[in-house]
Structure formats: structure tokens, C-alpha cells
Design a protein around this ligand. Structure first.
Ligand SMILES: Nc1ncnc2c1ncn2[C@@H]1O[C@H](COP(=O)(O)OP(=O)(O)O)[C@@H](O)[C@H]1O
Ligand SMILES: [Mg+2]
Length: 228
């Protein structure tokens, strides 16, 4: 991807395929292009050249509205800074994308949003606004919101970056649990090596490309990379 007036090259020669229900960690130094890669894979950003396929859709051939439709249909996001809508309660935050999907009646949206808040342990917080919730609770709302529309793929960009270690671990446990229960692919940007080890696969970004690609088989770390 190139950006800005002087065409800064951020990613180059990068080829990556992610299997259904796979959990993949993307690691790399700050500024190495992890968030850029995530944005491109999720159809939020467009690469200068190359192809991006998401849920069998060629994102590189679609316009912004069509990409938004692909995202709405099969993609969930969780960000480092939660990105909840401050004027909406926890319940309303989870309900909104359900309503926007036009898949359910208002009554169903309400019931589903409640169910998801219950699943993430927030049944006592449905009427709270984001400012009335702790960081960990806000991230739980964001996770409920992301999973409620039953995405095939969940993108998480340093989801524990703003949380203390203990709360972060609970959030990650929850992400993996829902990833397995819902057979959602989980693509997790993190600079926490320990967390990356919990994913089935981990790639390291360096100099705009994949420097290392490691697959875990039966709990064993097997290095598939021809390390450069
Ligand atoms: N919108 C943008 N405009 C210009 N440069 C950007 C933009 N977004 C990111 N960059 C640059 O791209 C590089 C990669 O950024 P990023 O993908 O956020 O890295 P990471 O998530 O690995 O920390 C950095 O050098 C950053 O300064
Ligand atoms: Mg980043």
C-alpha cells in the first residue's frame, strides 16, 4: 500500500491466505504495517495494486459501497480503543449493526443484542453508557457487537492494548472461545508474543512483507518459514 504525497510504500510483495475458522496472529514492530494490512484485508483501505479476496468477493474490484456491503455481511471488528458510540447504551451499541443488517425484526434485534451481552457477561450492564463502563467492559460490548451479526471473519487490532494484563487475558479468552464456538476466523494484530502463540498460526511483518509464517500443530510450534 502506498499513501501520502510522496508515495510511501508500506506493504509490498505480500501474499497471504487465511483458512476458514483459522486463528491468525499478525505480529511486527510498531509502524511495520500491521494495521494497514488489517485494514486492507477487511476492505476498509485499498491497496495501490494487488488483489484482496474476502468471503469470495474481489474487494479490489468493488467500490466503497460494495465493500461496505461485504463488510456488513460477514466481517466483525474489534479495535484497541473499543470505538463504541458514546451516545448509545451498551444494548443500543450491540443492537445497531443488527438493525442495519436488515436481517431481523426490531424485536429480534433487541433479543439478540441482549443475548450477546449476556454471553460476554454483561447482562447487568445493558443500560449503561460507554463512559459508565470499565475498559474491559467496553471491550466486551465491542466483542458482543462484533459477533452479533455472525461474521465469518473477525478482525481485532491490538484488542488488549488499552487493558491491564488480567483484563486483557479475559478478553482474549473470550475472543478465542467465541472464535471456536462460532467457527469464525480470527485475525488478531498484537505485539504480545505470548498472545500470538495462542493462535494456530502467526505471521511476522517486516519490511512490508511476511518475514515469518509459523503454524502450530498439536500444540507444537512448527516453523514453516524459510527465514530470510
Ligand atoms: N493514513 C496514513 N497516512 C500516511 N502514513 C500512514 C497512514 N497510516 C499509516 N501510515 C504509516 O504506515 C506505516 C505503517 O503503519 P501501521 O499499519 O499503523 O503500522 P502498525 O500497525 O504495524 O504499527 C507507518 O509508517 C505509518 O506512519
Ligand atoms: Mg497498528
Amino acid at each position: 500500500m502506498k499513501t501520502g504525497a510522496d508515495n510511501l510504500t508500506i506493504l509490498q510483495g505480500l501474499d497471504l491466505q487465511i483458512k476458514h475458522a483459522e486463528s491468525l496472529a499478525i505480529v511486527g514492530a510498531s509502524g511495520s504495517g500491521k494495521s494497514t494490512l488489517l485494514g486492507i484485508m477487511a476492505g476498509l483501505d485499498q491497496p495501490t495494486s494487488g488483489e484482496v479476496w474476502l468471503n469470495d468477493q474481489p474487494l479490489h474490484q468493488l467500490d466503497e459501497d460494495q465493500r461496505a456491503a461485504v463488510r456488513a455481511d460477514g466481517v466483525g471488528f474489534v479495535f484497541q480503543n473499543f470505538q463504541l458510540l458514546p451516545a448509545l447504551t451498551a444494548l443500543e451499541n450491540v443492537r445497531l449493526p443488527l438493525e442495519m443488517s436488515n436481517r431481523y425484526s426490531l424485536k429480534q434485534c433487541q433479543a439478540l443484542a441482549k443475548q450477546w451481552l449476556d454471553k460476554v457477561g454483561l447482562s447487568q450492564r445493558v443500560e449503561h453508557y460507554p463512559t459508565q463502563l470499565s475498559g474491559g467492559e467496553q471491550q466486551r460490548v465491542a466483542i458482543a457487537r462484533a459477533f452479533a451479526c455472525e461474521p465469518n471473519v473477525l478482525f481485532a487490532d491490538e484488542p488488549t492494548g488499552n487493558l491491564d494484563r488480567n483484563t486483557g487475558k479475559q478478553i482474549i479468552d473470550l475472543l478465542f472461545e467465541l472464535n471456536q464456538q462460532n467457527k469464525t476466523s480470527l485475525i488478531l494484530v498484537t505485539h504480545d508474543e505470548h498472545l500470538a502463540q495462542r493462535c494456530q498460526r502467526s505471521i511476522q511483518i517486516h519490511d512490508g512483507t511476511i518475514f515469518k509464517d509459523e503454524q502450530r500443530i498439536d500444540g507444537e510450534q512448527q516453523d514453516l518459514a524459510d527465514e530470510k
